[in-house]
Ligand binder design. Structure first.
Ligand SMILES: Nc1ncnc2c1ncn2[C@@H]1O[C@H](COP(=O)(O)OP(=O)(O)OP(=O)(O)O)[C@@H](O)[C@H]1O
Ligand SMILES: [Mg+2]
Length: 591
């Protein structure tokens, strides 16, 4: 008898411990279903206590009634809590309530009508509670969808075992030994359930640690390669990875290249990590857009080639615009990532993707900043060069002409003083000299800023520029200016004139072309300029990663257009020449 009490005390102790565990889980998580489970476990413990009590006293009916009621209520609480976790399990709640409620009513009727039969009451209550636990286990499985880790399996198995334990003993004649055995097995099942709950919370805490460490790593480092290296290192340490590596998409070559690695096996390190270059199944899937979520890749060709029998998880690194890379993580042999771990990796993958995007945007911003400051420098230099040119022209040409004019006037004055009079020829020469000087001054003024642009507008200024600067250099120009004499916003007119001037001057300077076509048109509230030559074409070096390559002309064109909310598209090929298309919106009329 003593031994039976010890066994029952152990079973009771386990149940009380699980109740305390659940209370602490509730304070940790604040999930309402944990309260239901706590209440259920407390009632089961109460039921075990009454059972112990009944061993010492005669099994009188009220005690049997109380025990059965505690058992049924406990089972009901478990079922309610579990089903309430998932709205899709409503069907189970209804079935549970109907079946379970029917059994409760049946047991009450049995208790009331056949007061002498405690065994029947036990049988009915045991069956009802057992069924309720089986339903609870099923509801839990449905909510979790997949039981692929130890924690969820333990919770499910615990609930199932409690149910089977109740149903199994319902048929057996109750002796003290049977009671002790059933309570002991029930205690064990509750212990398995409690262990599962505890493991789940450890897993949750571990996932939080992984996420926070990885977030910290992502905010610490700036370069994409270093960032991936750090993430792999953290993930490797926290998830006990065997090895791991990451590929990044190279926008220039369009291929995926190795960007970081963690604890590579010796075979991979060999020959400059040759085994990690080139295509493989996971990259093929990624490129075919079939790898959108982390998956356990069953066989890895690279690992296969090395003779390593292991599988890896492939985690796509996603940004807002698409996939930029792939992380492959290998667990020690025989272990695969559970669904929950894959979901965690999915979050990690998006976090890394966002960080990569941020870093790329920063790089882009820095490039643009560098380009802008280079343009400003070039602009200032050009400004000074222009002043130097004007000073030189004023000195060499206008100054010389005016000096010659003064000398000639002086000479004429002397002649007049000596009473010899000035000849008509000499006066004509002087006039011609003055006219040539005026022409030079006019040319300089036009070069500085064609007054025609202010006086007559964009179309007239373009026509003037073509006739005076382009055609004299041997180019045939096709002009198609569909603006008429319409006047546009002066800022817009200047910008388009300067873009056309740069495009035409580039054609003169670089294209070795024989013909250039200039078209200007207004449509849909946008001004469209197209300059197309039939010259040698070129490769825009700025597109191949160096925005500062070449002169400031192309960058300046784009900068001018961007400032006014427009675009410049440059298409060029050796066979077809160069086409510059600028599109700028007309400014909204002032309110
Ligand atoms: N129409 C064209 N045909 C052939 N090559 C061109 C043409 N336009 C530009 N290029 C090439 O692109 C390069 C960059 O042009 P960009 O206008 O930016 O500089 P640049 O004309 O050399 O100098 P800058 O305009 O600052 O005086 C040129 O050096 C030239 O090689
Ligand atoms: Mg240029």
């Amino acid at each position: 008898m003593e031994l039976l009490f010890v066994i029952l005390a152990i079973a009771l102790g386990i149940q009380v411990a699980v109740v305390f565990l659940l209370v602490s889980k509730y304070f940790e998580t604040r999930f309402s279903y944990v309260i239901w489970w706590t209440a259920g476990a407390a009632l089961l413990a109460g039921q075990a206590l009454v059972e112990v009590w009944m061993l010492t006293a005669a099994p009188i009916l009220p005690l049997v009634g109380i025990r059965s009621a505690l058992l049924l209520a406990g089972a009901g609480f478990f079922l309610t809590g579990t089903a309430s976790r998932d709205p899709r399990a409503r069907g189970i709640v209804q079935t549970g309530l109907l079946g379970f409620g029917g059994l409760v009513i049946a047991s009450v009727i049995v208790l009331l009508s056949r007061q002498e039969s405690t065994d029947t009451a036990r049988l009915v209550a045991g069956l009802a509670a057992g069924m309720a636990f089986l339903l609870t286990a099923e509801a839990y499985r449905r909510t979790e969808q997949i039981l692929d880790d130890v924690a969820t399996r333990a919770v499910f198995a615990g609930l199932l075992a409690i149910g089977i334990n109740q149903i199994g003993w319902a048929w057996v004649q109750r002796t003290p030994q049977v009671i002790a055995a059933s309570e002991f097995l029930g205690g064990l099942a509750v212990a398995v359930f409690g262990a599962g709950i505890q493991l789940r919370s450890v897993g949750r805490a571990q996932r939080l640690v992984v996420l926070s460490q990885i977030s910290a790593a992502l905010s610490r480092t700036g370069r994409v390669g270093d960032m991936l290296e750090e993430v792999l290192h953290q993930a490797g340490r926290l998830l006990q990875l065997h090895t791991g590596w990451a590929f990044l998409h190279d926008p220039v070559t369009g291929t995926y290249e190795l960007a970081a690695a963690f604890q590579l096996p010796p075979g991979f390190e060999h020959d400059d990590r040759k085994a990690l270059h080139g295509s493989c199944r996971c990259l093929d899937l990624l490129q075919a857009n079939e790898l959108t979520q982390p998956v356990n890749i069953v066989d890895c060709m690279r690992l296969d080639r090395l003779g390593v029998k292991a599988r890896h998880a492939s985690v796509p690194l996603r940004t807002t615009t698409g996939v930029v890379g792939l992380m492959n993580l290998v667990l020690p042999s025989g272990r695969l990532f559970s669904q929950r771990e894959l979901a965690l990796l999915s979050t990690v993958g998006s976090e890394v993707g966002v960080a990569i995007e941020r870093s790329q945007l920063l790089d882009e911003l820095q490039d643009k900043e560098r380009l802008r400051s280079d343009l400003i420098k070039k602009l200032l230099t050009a400004y000074e060069d222009e002043r130097r040119r004007i000073a030189r022209e004023l000195h060499d040409e206008t100054g010389q002409s005016l000096t010659a004019l003064i000398l000639n006037v002086e000479m004429l004055r002397n002649l007049v003083e000596q009473g010899r009079g000035a000849s008509v020829d000499e006066l004509d020469r002087l006039k011609a000299l003055a006219e040539a000087t005026l022409e030079e001054v006019r040319k300089m003024i036009y070069d500085l800023r064609p007054t025609i642009l202010d006086d007559l507008g964009l179309a007239a200024a373009l026509r003037w520029y073509v006739h005076h600067q382009v055609e004299p250099r041997g180019l045939v120009v096709g002009l198609k200016l569909e603006l008429g004499d319409a006047r546009l916003d002066p800022v817009l007119e200047t910008a388009v004139f300067r873009i056309a001037q740069e495009a035409l001057w580039n054609t003169v300077k670089h294209a070795a072309a024989t013909r250039v076509d200039v078209a200007l048109a207004l449509s849909d509230g946008r001004l469209r300029l197209r300059v197309k030559d039939n010259g040698r074409g070129f490769q825009d070096k700025r597109r191949s990663g160096n925005p500062l390559a070449g002169g400031a002309g192309l960058g300046g064109m784009e900068e001018r257009a961007t400032l006014l909310g427009g675009t410049v598209r440059i298409t060029s090929a050796p066979a077809t020449g160069t086409e510059v298309v600028a599109e700028l919106p007309l400014p909204a009329p002032a309110a």
